[in-house]
Design a protein around this ligand. Structure first.
Ligand code: ADP
Ligand code: TRP
Length: 330
């Protein structure tokens, strides 16, 4: 039986290596297997909770689309589409919001974090909280359920959202009869959370990210600027450092073993950084070339997305008809 796989990326900033290892790479690997039908999309309406303006949203949406293509998405096998091209998702989101208990959403991490911050700052709990942020997990449930997706490859930070989608799926199926497929998050345990330059989770919102596709010289500067401890050349180096962690992501197992020895023997931080830059650049370069190609051939990207959106919408229409029948809107 063919299983459906879905994942989305918000166009809220330049895609970074956390997005790549946490979501994009596992999703691309799944798409290469013949028993999966894959739906990968640009979650542009989700990004309205944070993006600043029209131009930013348009530009970043292209960046996400070109990143998918550069990282190996094959449009003849995977539907690449834009959430905003599928109005049925928003219809479903409203329907689902009538089944989602407010208490469940009170516990969703992004909203909860905002409330906690407001309490620390001694301002009203709801300060700066809009309904888009509060209802974010319902829209995500609609994205997933409308495509009957079984698997959702995401980073660890999205696990809770997929669990909320599972709860909502259950509420609906119990009330109206079996309609939706139960989704499961697929989290790569080895890279469930890529840490950023400051040791916190790498995120566009923390300004601690290493962009996946920046100019080589910018990448090198970022690597050179990574903070290290004060151990001197010839002294053993800590393999828990950001530098070793990043190295493990990009290097082969054999390269990692060699590097581990060099760390024990006391490679200088400057040399460790050079080695890191070398493996990263070798890994990223072929993808960067493709990325730059697509960024300067946006008409090709548009036509891939419009084809993907058309096909994804056909499925969304079938699901929404089933849902309307189930709830009595005929
Ligand atoms: P960000 O936190 O930078 O805004 P997104 O929320 O757009 O990233 O995440 C897109 C995908 O990338 C999600 O599946 C998310 O779980 C994954 N992801 C984001 N940051 C990381 C990280 N630091 N490590 C692993 N996966 C991540
Ligand atoms: N919420 C996800 C994130 O912040 C993006 C997203 C939106 C998503 N809809 C989705 C991921 C559906 C997987 C499936 O990263």
């Amino acid at each position: 039986m063919i299983k459906t796989v879905i994942t989305g990326i918000k166009p809220t900033g330049h895609p970074h290596i956390g997005n790549y290892f946490g979501a994009i790479k596992p999703a691309i690997e799944m798409s290469k297997k013949s028993d999966y039908a894959c739906f990968y999309f640009i979650a542009d309406y989700h990004s309205l909770t944070t993006t600043q303006g029209a131009k930013e949203l348009t530009d970043l949406s292209y960046e996400v689309a070109c990143t998918w293509l550069a990282c190996g998405l094959d449009p003849s096998k995977v539907l690449l589409y834009k959430q905003s091209d599928i109005p049925e998702i928003f219809e479903l989101s409203w329907i689902l919001s009538n089944l989602a208990p407010k208490g469940l959403l009170n516990r969703a991490h992004a909203y909860k974090a905002m409330v906690e911050k407001n309490r620390e700052d001694k301002v009203d709990d709801d300060f700066n909280v809009n309904m888009g942020l509060f209802c974010y997990p319902i829209l995500m449930a609609a994205d997933i359920l409308i495509m009957n997706a079984e698997y959702v490859p995401v980073g660890l930070d999205q696990k809770q959202h997929v669990e909320i989608a599972r709860d909502i799926c259950n509420y609906f199926n119990k009330k109206y009869g079996e309609t939706f497929v139960m989704p499961t998050a697929i989290i790569d345990r080895n890279v469930s959370t890529v840490l950023g330059t400051d040791g916190r989770k790498m995120s566009k919102s923390y300004n601690n990210e290493i962009p996946l596709f920046c100019d080589r010289t910018v990448l090198e500067k970022k690597i050179r600027g990574l903070k290290t401890d004060s151990s001197l050349p010839n002294e053993p180096k800590d393999t828990n450092s950001t530098i070793f962690e990043f190295y493990k992501l990009f290097a082969t197992r054999q390269q990692v073993e060699i590097m581990q020895k060099k760390f024990e023997e006391g490679i200088s931080w400057a040399d460790a950084k050079s080695e890191l830059f070398r493996v990263m650049d070798a890994y990223i370069s072929p993808m960067r070339e493709k990325y730059n190609y697509y960024m300067s051939h946006k008409d090709e990207v548009d036509s891939i997305i419009s084809e993907g959106s058309k096909k994804a919408r056909e499925l969304a229409k079938l699901t929404i008809t089933k849902v309307r029948n189930a709830i009595g809107v005929v």
